[in-house]
Structures are given as structure tokens and as C-alpha cells.
Design a binder for this molecule. Structure first.
Ligand code: FAD
Length: 308
């Protein structure tokens, strides 16, 4: 297991140079309150000059944020030059209802959807059952979207540690293959902290003949304790060396923030050094860490570039 925060060497600088040419994207969640909305927009305005390839907005479990996801996406389209991607799941809705959501997105100008099966209605770990009249799987949803609107680009999920429900890696990668065959253009990974797991997974995926980009999902863990519970439930391993970085910092959010940015920047640098050139950041609606990581990696705001 490799520790991605090994101090910088000449190799580390190579990593920086590689990342400068990287494409980045950001993920946000739809805000619940006016305060959260203001915070999200401060975040979007701070990160937009970094020129992300797209920004995505999640869809609450069971479709709970259907309207909020839509209005956030619509506002991004209206008020920024960013390209938004709307997350959408199959859970708790008929095909007709989902088709309507897709059509509404298409009508307002959305051309990118992140298509997912979604978690079971009873929560992670409970059995999944599809809606009787709904899309039966993520691949089914991808095909449905592509059939209705061929000009919508579809991204899907990928699991370097395999999805917790998958019988084994083969079954997991069969699902990814079905999504690609249905028209998915890109996969974004579940968060991972051990780069070796990502590279091993990529080998398996390529061996299966899947050639779409598999974009690493990077999460700076500013709130380590809370985020650890959340990612562990989703099947992500938190290595001991990683947890050790946050030891004794439960009551020290400022240091935790610095450590989280440093660790995530180190992880990205190592990935870049091995040829990865596209990164998706789980921002948790915070600009500071992702902005700092991007800066450390040599990614500059567009306007700052021009002024230099
Ligand atoms: C990049 C990314 C973005 C996400 N965004 C959201 C979001 O906005 N909203 C949200 O609610 N969730 C989101 N999720 C979480 C996701 O909904 C869950 O992980 C869900 O449990 C699986 O959905 P999926 O599309 O990834 O599943 P799939 O890719 O369809 O399947 C994942 C794995 O589970 C196996 N599997 C699927 N169904 C079954 C079954 N019935 N029995 C046995 N094995 C099965 C498949 O074989 C595959 O290995 C996101 C995840 C990722 C990685």
C-alpha cells in the first residue's frame, strides 16, 4: 500500500506538471436552506474560474431532491458559463416520471446526466428492489436517456473496491460494461484513498475491453470522523496510514483542513505522475480545500492566467 503524501521529490514536481494539463470537474449537492444556497453559490463562484470541464449536482436518496437538483442545475445554466451535469437515479419512480425529468432537463439545455441505479429505499445494506414500472437497472436508465435524447452525454459510477452489493469484481465490471454498451461515455469512481486499488481496478476494466475514461473521484476529508463513517458504509477502505494523519485533530478543524488538503493534493499528484489526467472532486459544497488543492497542483484561475 502506498502513502500518497510522501514528501515531494523531483518526481513530485513531474506530478505537478502533469496535473497542470489535467481536466477537473466538481460535484455539489443541492442546498436545503437559504444559508446553504448562499454558501453553495459562494463556492461555485470561487471555483468557476478554475475552468472545470463540468460541474455535477447530486440527486438525493430516493429522489428526495428532485426539485432542488433541478433548480440548482437550472440556475447554474442561467447564471454561469459552467456546463452542469444532473445526477439521476432509478429509485422510487416509474419510467414515465423519470422520462419527464430527463425531458425537462433537455428542454432547459442540460446535455449531461450522471445516471445511477441509486441506493435501496431502506438505505445502504438493505435489499434493493426496483420500481415495478421503473428503469430496472442503471444500464437500463442509460439506454433510456440515450434513446430519448442522443445528444445528452451520460456518465456513470465505477467502484475501485467493487460496489458492496456486487458478488465479486467480475459481476461489478459486468455492470460497468452493460452501462458502457448502453451508451455511457465516462465513469466517475467512488472515493478511494489507496491509489493502488484504483490502478488494479483500471487494469481489470481495460482487460474487459472497456475503454471509456474512468475518472478518479477525490474527496478532501475536512471532517474526517463524519466522512469516514459515510465512505466506509459506501464500501471505501480508509487505510490506517490515512486515518493516522487525522489522529488527535477531532477538536482542531483548522489543522484538519490543512491536513485534508495536503493529503488529497498528494493523492492527486501521485495519480498524475502515473498518467491520470482527469479528476472529479467531491467538494461537499466547500470551495477552500478544492481551490487550495487545485492551486497546489498548478491549476490556476482563468483570469489569473490572463493577468500573469
Ligand atoms: C460518482 C457517483 C455519484 C453518485 N451520485 C449519487 C446521487 O446523486 N444520488 C444517489 O442517490 N446516489 C449516488 N451515488 C451512489 C449510488 O447510487 C449507489 O452506490 C448505489 O448503491 C448504486 O448505484 P449505481 O448506479 O452505482 O449502481 P450500478 O452501477 O448499477 O451497480 C453497482 C454494483 O452493484 C451491483 N448491483 C446492482 N444492483 C444489484 C442487485 N439488485 N443485486 C446485486 N448486485 C447489484 C452491480 O452488479 C454493480 O456491481 C453515486 C455514486 C457514485 C460513484
Amino acid at each position: 500500500m502506498t502513502d500518497p503524501t510522501t514528501p515531494a521529490t523531483a518526481e513530485g514536481h513531474d506530478g505537478n506538471l502533469a496535473v497542470k494539463r489535467a481536466a477537473i470537474s466538481f460535484e455539489f449537492f443541492p442546498p436545503k436552506t437559504e444559508d446553504m444556497e448562499r454558501n453553495l453559490w459562494d463556492t461555485i463562484n470561487r471555483l468557476a474560474p478554475l475552468d472545470p470541464k463540468f460541474v455535477s449536482v447530486t440527486y438525493g436518496a430516493g429522489g428526495s431532491t428532485r426539485e432542488r437538483t433541478h433548480s440548482t442545475i437550472a440556475r447554474i445554466l442561467k447564471e454561469t458559463a459552467l456546463l452542469p451535469a444532473a445526477h439521476l437515479t432509478c429509485v422510487g419512480a416509474s419510467r414515465g416520471e423519470i422520462d419527464e425529468i430527463v425531458d425537462r432537463y433537455h428542454e432547459v439545455g442540460v446535455r449531461h446526466i450522471v445516471a445511477l441505479r441509486g441506493d435501496p429505499a431502506g438505505g445502504i445494506g438493505t435489499p434493493y428492489s426496483s420500481h415495478p414500472d421503473g428503469y430496472q437497472s442503471s444500464a437500463d436508465l442509460v439506454a433510456g436517456i440515450k434513446k430519448r435524447h442522443g445528444d445528452i452525454e451520460v456518465s456513470v459510477s465505477a467502484y475501485p473496491e467493487k460496489h458492496p452489493e456486487a458478488r465479486d469484481f467480475d459481476a461489478d465490471i459486468d455492470t460497468l460494461k452493460a452501462k458502457v454498451d448502453a451508451g455511457a461515455a465516462r465513469a466517475i469512481t467512488q472515493v478511494f484513498f489507496d491509489n493502488d486499488l484504483y490502478f488494479r481496478y483500471l487494469d481489470r476494466v481495460r482487460a474487459r475491453g472497456i475503454d471509456i475514461p474512468v475518472v478518479p473521484g477525490i474527496m478532501p476529508m475536512h471532517n474526517f470522523k463524519q466522512a469516514r463513517n459515510f465512505v466506509t458504509r459506501a464500501g471505501t477502505t480508509v487505510p490506517d496510514w490515512f486515518a493516522a494523519k487525522f489522529e488527535g485533530l477531532d477538536e482542531d478543524p483548522e489543522t484538519r483542513k490543512l491536513v485534508a488538503a495536503t493529503v488529497a493534493a498528494g493523492q492527486v499528484q501521485k495519480l498524475a505522475k502515473h498518467g491520470v489526467d482527469t479528476f472529479h472532486f467531491y467538494t461537499m459544497n466547500r470551495a477552500d480545500l478544492v481551490f487550495a488543492i487545485s492551486h497546489l497542483l498548478g491549476i490556476r484561475a482563468k483570469s489569473a492566467h490572463k493577468a500573469a
